[in-house]
Design a protein around this ligand. Structure first.
Ligand SMILES: NC(=O)C1=CN([C@@H]2O[C@H](COP(=O)(O)OP(=O)(O)OC[C@H]3O[C@@H](n4cnc5c(N)ncnc54)[C@H](O)[C@@H]3O)[C@@H](O)[C@H]2O)C=CC1
Ligand SMILES: O=C(O)/C=C/C=C(\O)C(=O)O
Length: 480
């Protein structure tokens, strides 16, 4: 049985208390490994290692730090098969998805921020004949990165890479539900020659290990992605310590389909934005609003294409939908399906747990599920389900679409489908969402600000936003 270790001060070591947690394969329901159940003592050792490594790491020229990050990116690329299999087994997602999305994106994160380090220029503000101001950006110091289970290596590296690029040292914790690829990353960091203590990966659960990272007084900034309730708890701990916080939280994203859209493209992409990764992406468009003249046409085509969404063993090449991440999460999503019935919704498709015969008989599979006839302000349409469940709702005017789209406590992303670009821009600017896609979904450019409004988070990641987050700006004013 695979027993993974912490990556501490450049070495793979067991947790100090010798305790382990079971790791379950969601596609089979079987325990297949163990992970350290680390506590505050392991976090303290990791922080000490990071503090010791910090002076040399921050003093290294940005180009040299960048070169090491690019080397890690190359090693991720070279380990694509191995990493993709590990991600699929740990999370339940189709192997094919891990191969084309999760692992290539993890490599891109390291490559992007490795090369960005050398482009992170100092700003200057000249007051003609009076003074020159220039702004130095110092690394914050030792930072904490805490990531979730839905896109394990993709989101873990999205946080770590910019922190390392600007000269911070990192104590990072992947989700205890999907720790495998973070462990494999530690092996690649050792192979790449990353200096000891620069990155420390500590495994364990949230209340014991994550909480110790947030509470540690030497950790100056926390970058977190996960549930809104956890983010709120984390902010309560970190804010009185005046830590910098970047919180990427939940979403309940609208997908607005106007009557003049390219219907074929809108339907095909909406299948993906509804059910990719079993609907477990914070950017999934779980509320589909359709302009009334094409409501029936959209519905018919959507339900037709849904039949191609093969649920099955994540290792099989034609599987489109794998297992949900855990039994607890499966039951949470099933409880929302029950709620949707209670709230008067009409079930158009799915709604049931699926048994996949053979090796995956005990897995946590669920049919892609579609409801209609639910009011926009009911709980099903307001709360984050984070699973393969969407609702269809007609609208008559732009104002009505905006009212419904903006009605939740969340404000992460939104998608608009129309050929009328004036309308698209007008509607986009009125949406309370940090990210708006027009005639596409999950199209990513790593330079753009990424994050949400309202309860979807605080701050932005990506490009310069991430590099700035992990630095303290210091303005130096010189009188002329
Ligand atoms: N990006 C997103 O939007 C995500 C949203 N979720 C939502 O959150 C719900 C709960 O899922 P969970 O797995 O419980 O996510 P979570 O938010 O509890 O876990 C995310 C990370 O935070 C850590 N964590 C938990 N408690 C902590 C604490 N007190 N201090 C520091 N770190 C802590 C976890 O160990 C994990 O590494 C899901 O059902 C889903 O609705 C979950 C994962 C990602
Ligand atoms: O950065 C991206 O492309 C995607 C990010 C997704 C999340 O933060 C999430 O699903 O939690």
């Amino acid at each position: 049985m695979l027993r993974i270790q912490n990556y501490l001060n450049g070495q793979l070591v067991p947790p100090q208390a010798g305790r382990y947690l079971d790791n379950v394969d969601p596609a089979t329901g079987q325990v297949y490994g163990q992970i350290p159940d680390s506590g505050p003592e392991d976090v303290a050792a990791a922080v000490a290692a990071a503090e010791a490594a910090l002076p040399a790491w921050r003093a290294l020229p940005a180009e040299d730090r960048g070169r090491l990050l690019v080397k890690i990116a190359d090693l991720i690329d070279a380990s694509l098969d191995h990493l993709a299999r590990a991600e699929s087994q740990d999370n339940g997602k189709p192997l094919s998805l891990a191969r084309v999305m999760d692992i290539p994106r993890a490599a891109s994160n390291f490559h992007f921020f490795g090369t960005a380090a050398g482009h992170f220029a100092t700003e200057a503000h000249v007051q003609e004949g009076v003074a020159v101001n220039y702004t130095v950006r110092h690394p914050v110091g030792v930072v904490g990165c805490i990531s979730p289970w839905n896109l394990p290596l993709y989101l873990f590296t999205w946080k770590i890479a910019p922190a390392l690029a600007v000269g911070c040292c990192v104590v990072a914790k992947p989700s205890e539900i999907t720790p495998a690829t973070a462990f494999l990353l530690s092996e690649l960091c050792i192979e790449a020659g990353l200096p000891a203590g620069v990155l420390n990966i500590i495994h364990g659960n949230g209340p014991n290990c994550g909480q110790a990272i947030v509470e540690h007084p030497s950790i100056k900034a926390i970058s977190f992605t996960g549930g809104t309730a956890t983010g709120r708890h984390l902010a309560r701990t970190a804010a009185p310590m005046f830590k910098k916080l970047s919180l990427e939280l939940g979403g309940k994203n609208p997908n607005i389909i106007f009557a003049d859209c390219d219907l074929a493209a809108a339907v095909a992409t909406s299948i993906r934005s509804s059910f990719a990764n079993q609907g477990q992406i914070c950017l999934c468009g779980s509320r589909i609003f359709i302009e009334r003249p094409i409501y029936e046409a959209f519905k018919t085509e959507f339900l037709k294409q849904l039949q191609d969404q093969k649920i099955g063993d994540p290792l099989e090449a034609d599987t489109k939908q794998g297992a949900l991440v855990s039994e607890a999460h499966l039951h949470k999503v099933l409880a929302y399906i029950k709620l949707a019935h209670e709230e008067g919704g009409t079930l158009l498709a799915g709604g049931h747990r699926v048994t996949v015969p053979g090796r995956c008989e005990g897995g946590y599979f669920l049919e892609p599920t579609v409801f209609e006839n639910l009011p926009f302000d009911c709980r099903t349409n307001q709360e984050e389900i984070f699973g393969p469940v969407v609702t269809l709702t007609p609208f008559d005017t732009d104002e009505e679409a905006l009212l419904m789209a903006n009605s939740t406590d969340y404000g992460l992303s939104a998608t608009i489908w129309t050929r009328d670009l004036q309308r698209a821009h007008r509607v986009a600017h009125q949406l309370h969402s940090g990210i708006v896609w027009i005639n596409t979904w999950l199209h990513r450019d790593l330079r753009t600000p990424f994050g949400g409004m309202k309860n979807s988070g605080v701050g932005r990641e990506g490009g310069l936003e991430a590099l700035r987050f992990f630095t303290e700006a210091q303005n130096v004013c010189v009188k002329l």
